[in-house]
Design a protein around this ligand. Structure first.
Ligand SMILES: Nc1nc2c(ncn2[C@@H]2O[C@H](COP(=O)(O)OP(=O)(O)OP(=O)(O)O)[C@@H](O)[C@H]2O)c(=O)[nH]1
Ligand SMILES: [Mg+2]
Length: 330
């Protein structure tokens, strides 16, 4: 799913100005045609007025439809994105605003029908003008009624365009763990992705994606923002990491850093918690080059006999798991 192509949503006045402007130009073009001898003046003017009304309708409805179509249908979205929208936006408001734009479109069509009929029935130019002025007024106030919905949809678009473009059907591995333990470094070693890596915590603020390929298949690796073991008061960034685990991961690689920026006991508590998600979890020890071997041995003995500590080993294990799963993208 890719949200980057969502179209920018303008202020309501933009659409009104555009429509009225185009209608004016359309009328100019119509006026420049030669009036046939057998057509009376009133009928000729009606054609011009109807042209204006229809141009206004067409321009507004085309633009509104474009907005509605560019937003993915929320009801058909993958659960990960629905949850992501729910934690980063006002989901109810988003649905309401999309509904309001849809309603507005229908009303524009309705007014077009009503006022086109009135213009057709008009007996003289003055009457036609009055109907056209009223139509313009109705259209303007209609768009004004949903002005806040245009504003909210633009706000939503700005948030959504930065959503990660996850391939929700592909075999997916999530790298998870405390801040600064080396998750992004692992992603950069497993894939060609170049995530930001820094010596301070909370470097990663959104999901970083990379793809691990062997000769036969492609696997998605998701590097998540570092998270503390505080599920009750997660911020939006931590929530994203958790959503990725819950909804995307076929396999979780939990990353331990035994140099103890965060205590091993705390990292272990989160590890145990992650296991309750009932998904396959592998443990990986980073920074073994700066960790005493004794500490690594002790950790493996005490907690986790099966902790990986080399990129080659974890890469092979991920590929093996992907092969065993049914979810393989050839
Ligand atoms: N010596 C050594 N340093 C490492 C290793 N892996 C990561 N680092 C360093 O640890 C720091 C944090 O690495 P990141 O990969 O940014 O860690 P992260 O878990 O993604 O951090 P957040 O995104 O903030 O949660 C960086 O300074 C890395 O260079 C390693 O195996 N050995
Ligand atoms: Mg990171």
């Amino acid at each position: 799913m890719n949200f980057q192509d969502l179209k920018k949503i303008e202020k309501y006045t933009f659409y009104i100005d555009l429509a009225f402007n185009r209608a004016g130009k359309r009328a100019d073009t119509l006026r420049q045609r030669k009036m046939p001898a057998d057509v009376d003046r009133v009928r000729w003017s009606k054609g011009i007025e109807e042209g204006k009304l229809t141009t206004v309708r067409d321009i507004i409805c085309d633009r509104l439809e474009e907005i509605l179509k560019s937003f993915p249908s929320i009801d058909n979205l993958d659960v990960f994105y629905v949850e992501l929208i729910k934690c980063s936006l006002d989901y109810g408001q988003l649905k309401k605003s999309l509904g309001a734009i849809n309603w507005c479109m229908k009303k524009v069509n309705e007014f077009h029908r009503v006022f086109t009929n009135k213009v057709r029935k008009a007996k003289e130019n003055k009457e036609m003008n009055r109907h056209r002025v009223e139509y313009y007024g109705r259209i303007s106030s209609l768009l004004k009624q949903v002005k806040n919905d245009f504003v909210y949809l633009e706000e939503a678009r700005r948030v959504m365009k930065d959503f990660p473009a996850i391939k929700t059907k592909m075999y997916t591995v999530c790298l998870f763990g405390f801040p600064n333990v080396g998750k992004s470094t692992i992603l950069s070693k497993l894939t060609t992705s170049k995530p930001e890596i820094n010596s301070y915590p909370f470097t990663t603020k959104t999901l970083n994606l990379g793809y691990l390929t062997d000769s036969y298949r492609k696997m998605q690796i998701v590097d998540t923002p570092g998270t503390l073991n505080r599920f009750e008061k997660m911020n939006v960034i931590e929530r994203q990491a958790y959503l990725a685990l819950k909804h995307l991961a076929d396999l979780i690689v939990y990353v331990f850093d035994l140099t103890e920026e965060y205590s091993i006991a705390d990292q272990m508590k989160l590890f145990i918690r992650i296991k309750t998600l009932e998904k396959p979890v592998l443990a990986y020890i980073t920074k073994t080059d700066i960790t005493e071997q004794e500490k690594i041995n002790e950790f493996k003995l005490k907690y986790q006999a099966e902790a990986f500590s080399s990129i080659e080993e974890i890469r092979n294990e991920i590929i093996n798991r992907a092969i065993k799963s049914q979810k393989i993208n050839l």
